[in-house]
Design a binder for this molecule. Structure first.
Ligand code: WQD
Length: 338
């Protein structure tokens, strides 16, 4: 199948591209390099021996997008492109609403015009807001998210739902990610945010290679086993396997609209993650307990029942694998920087 991957040079997108090529799909990437590097294209080629077709522009650019649809005629879209920093979205809401919504509108118009009927959308567990109970199922109430970033995911889910109602020929998978972590085993692909990372794993990776002095643990007074925040950390390679299965389901079963969690079904606390990282890498991760971070919830992890039942999805990788792979990527990235 010919698949258009928006944001295909990003952390999750690049792993998706490798997985699609290995699945013998033909891919076309659009990425504006806002939060990615052109070198990732070389790395995808180094891993797969295939150099994907690549276009550098913003998906909101409908004219450029139409040229790609006319020329490449994709049969499916996996839409990763979008701003995703929670804190930044609070400071720059208009930038987030415009970018994340306009890029989706542009893609939907192309689907209507060019007969591309399959779309996989990168959503987030953030649409569940502050969970009333865990594990979270797809029937757990979605509620106003804790940031404009989360609101864009919620709004796009609603837009996709309404558009699919008037386009029964569209098959749309909305995948709600929990916390993606880890990296490709080659050490060539991984998460390498600019500046000080907001997220736990990239921060620990930088502590492990000595770029940052210690980890700040945001709160140890939550109602969890060890008092620190609990999340569902899913290896990025498992995450993209879930996308491949969703794409297969769309093209074979034509389900119309399909909403599914992608997580491991297991919660891991911050301190458990630190211990796992030290066990996986042999590197000591010093930390200091700090006050809670505004907007954080105590506990958040997925029910994986629907993913298993409807897609046969199960995770192959563990937290230890994610720590080992993340550290390996960070070490290789430091070498490449020298
Ligand atoms: C995880 C835990 C923190 C950093 C966010 C987005 C979500 C999704 C994934 C895009 C929490 C603690 C963190 C640190 C810490 N992104 N922590 N010290 O907040 O669950 O989810 O990323 O889709 O939408 O909201 O992930 O990694 O920031 O935090 O103690 O330096 O680690 O308090 O308990 P989060 P996170």
């Amino acid at each position: 199948m010919k698949v258009l991957v928006t944001g295909g040079l990003g952390f999750i997108g690049s792993h998706m591209c490798v997985s699609l090529i290995e699945n013998h799909d033909e891919i076309v990437i659009i990425d504006n390099l806002y939060n990615s590097k052109i070198d990732v294209l070389n790395r995808i080629e180094a891993i797969t021996k295939v150099r994907p077709t690549f276009y550098q522009f913003d998906v909101q650019d409908v004219n450029r997008l139409e040229e790609v649809f006319k020329k490449e005629k994709p049969e499916a879209i996996i839409h990763f492109a979008g701003y995703k920093a929670v804190g930044e979205s609070v400071a720059k809401p208009l930038m987030y609403y415009e970018n994340n919504l306009d890029s989706t509108f542009a893609l939907l118009k192309m689907m209507e015009k060019h007969g591309c009927n399959n779309l996989v959308f990168s959503s987030s567990a953030t649409v569940y807001g502050v969970p009333k109970e865990v594990p979270l199922t797809e029937d757990s109430p979605v509620q106003s998210a804790t940031s404009p970033y989360g609101e864009t995911k919620l709004m796009i889910e609603r837009i996709l739902t309404d558009v699919q109602k008037v386009h029964p020929e569209f098959n749309i998978a909305i995948l709600r990610y929990f916390n993606p972590v880890g990296a490709h085993k080659s050490g060539l692909l991984g998460e390498d945010p600019n500046g000080i990372p907001n997220n736990l794993m990239p921060y620990i990776n930088k502590v492990a290679v000595g770029e940052l002095d210690h980890l700040n643990v945001f709160g140890d007074d939550y109602s969890t086993e060890d008092g620190t925040g609990v999340r569902d950390y899913i290896h990025v390679v498992d995450l993209v396997k879930g996308h491949l299965l969703a794409l297969k389901k769309l093209s074979e079963e034509k389900p119309g609209l399909f909403i599914c969690n992608l997580g491991t079904g297991k919660g891991t606390s911050v301190l458990e993650m630190v211990k796992a990282y030290e066990k996986a890498t042999g590197i000591k991760i010093p930390y200091e307990i700090k006050p809670r971070r505004p907007g954080d919830v105590a506990e958040n992890y997925a029910s994986t029942e629907k993913a298993k039942k409807e897609m046969g999805f199960t995770c192959d990788y563990t937290i230890l694998d994610a720590c080992k792979d993340g550290y390996h990527f960070q070490v290789e990235e430091e070498k490449r920087r020298k």
